[in-house]
Ligand binder design. Structure first.
Ligand code: DAH
Length: 340
């Protein structure tokens, strides 16, 4: 048996030297069901009992040797193939003109930039927010302590370290109040996440744009003025806004801001469900507790805040009925805004 294995090893080594990439043949010849190693194993039954154990070990060692060698050959072969491909076929000339297939900005990005420009022209700063937030910033600092029922409506994705994917851009309020203090005018757009069942008008990932204006004597009339100005510019129409009572733990009083339907001018159409108004932007006067937590002296300052639904605004502006298209990566759909 020893002799047999020795001879087979010599044969195998010779073949390895001259495989010429016929690795599969080699594999079948040695490791296949009817291969030489199976033959050796079958031959074990004719080996005298006292030599069986040693013979078995020798065969297995040889088998392992063959398997390793074949693995190695396969790796070398794949590497060679890859090199061939890189060297021959695909050469990309980065100096060739683009054939006019330029990308386009995402509809939400376009709307975000427009809103940013409008607020900048009115003296607001633009801040970046985090997508991962502390539980404190996302909830406690905006008056939503643990066990507050408002947490239920904003179930989100929790990380192992206790932080969350932020559910609202309001999560940036505390950090921004601490950074700038009063008075300040700041907007901070951002991507938000919620544990939502996705359908035509609900997404687990969406964009908001938060704004805050804090100063002496800031009041609801200021809020109405800024929102009306901004919306008329974005929608490129003179729109009206109205406030209805709302509830948010971080504003007092809280409002739902509606805008006259830009499609029918307020007469009533399917988009506004014949009502003439579209609900667009929750807002209110910042709750004194939120200001205090942000280090603002509430005997001197007050302010308004709003949480504009950027995804919603983009859908309205471009008359998009299906929210899922926005995260779809569908280029023909997303690039339609290019020419608008
Ligand atoms: N953060 C709220 C939400 O996502 C929206 C909101 C409401 C933001 C009122 C505000 C506000 O700044 O004043 O549901």
């Amino acid at each position: 048996m020893k002799e047999k294995i020795k001879n087979l090893k010599i044969e195998f080594d010779n073949l390895v030297q001259n495989t010429n990439e016929k690795i599969d043949d080699l594999k079948v010849a040695f490791l296949g069901k009817k291969g030489k190693i199976t033959e050796l194993l079958q031959g074990l039954k004719n080996v005298p009992n006292e030599e069986k154990r040693e013979a078995g070990i020798s065969i297995n060692n040889f088998k392992e040797y063959v398997e390793n060698k074949i693995d190695e050959l396969e790796k070398i072969y794949k590497q060679k193939e890859l090199e061939k491909e890189i060297n021959s076929a695909e050469k990309i000339d980065i100096t060739v003109p683009s054939n006019n297939k330029l990308g386009s900005l995402h509809p939400i990005t376009i709307v975000q930039k427009e809103v940013e420009e409008i607020f900048k022209s009115m003296g607001f700063m633009v801040e970046d927010g985090n997508e991962i937030e502390t539980e404190f910033n996302n909830f406690d600092a905006v008056n939503v302590p643990r066990n507050h029922p408002a947490r239920d409506m904003q179930d989100t994705f929790w990380l192992d370290n206790g932080e969350v994917l932020k559910t609202q851009t309001s999560a940036g309020q505390n950090r921004i109040l601490r950074k700038y203090g009063a008075p300040c005018r700041v907007i901070f757009p951002g991507r938000c996440f919620r544990n939502e069942s996705v359908d035509a008008s609900h997404e687990n990932t969406f964009f908001q744009l938060e704004g805050m204006m804090v100063g002496k004597d800031i009041n609801v009339a200021n809020l109405i003025y800024f929102m009306k100005t901004m919306l008329s510019k974005v929608l490129k129409k003179d729109v009206d806004v109205r406030l209805r009572p709302g509830f948010f733990p971080f504003t007092e009083p809280s409002f739902e801001l509606d805008v006259t339907c830009p499609f029918c001018g307020g007469k009533g159409c399917p988009t506004c469900k014949q009502g003439g108004w579209i609900e667009l932007c929750p807002c209110g006067m910042i709750h004194p507790e939120v200001l205090r937590m942000g280090g603002v002296d509430t005997t001197k300052y007050q302010g308004f805040a709003f949480g504009l639904g950027l995804t919603r605004l983009a859908m309205m502006k471009y008359n998009i009925k299906e929210i899922r298209m926005l995260n779809s990566g569908n280029i023909p759909f997303l690039s339609q805004t290019k020419t608008r």
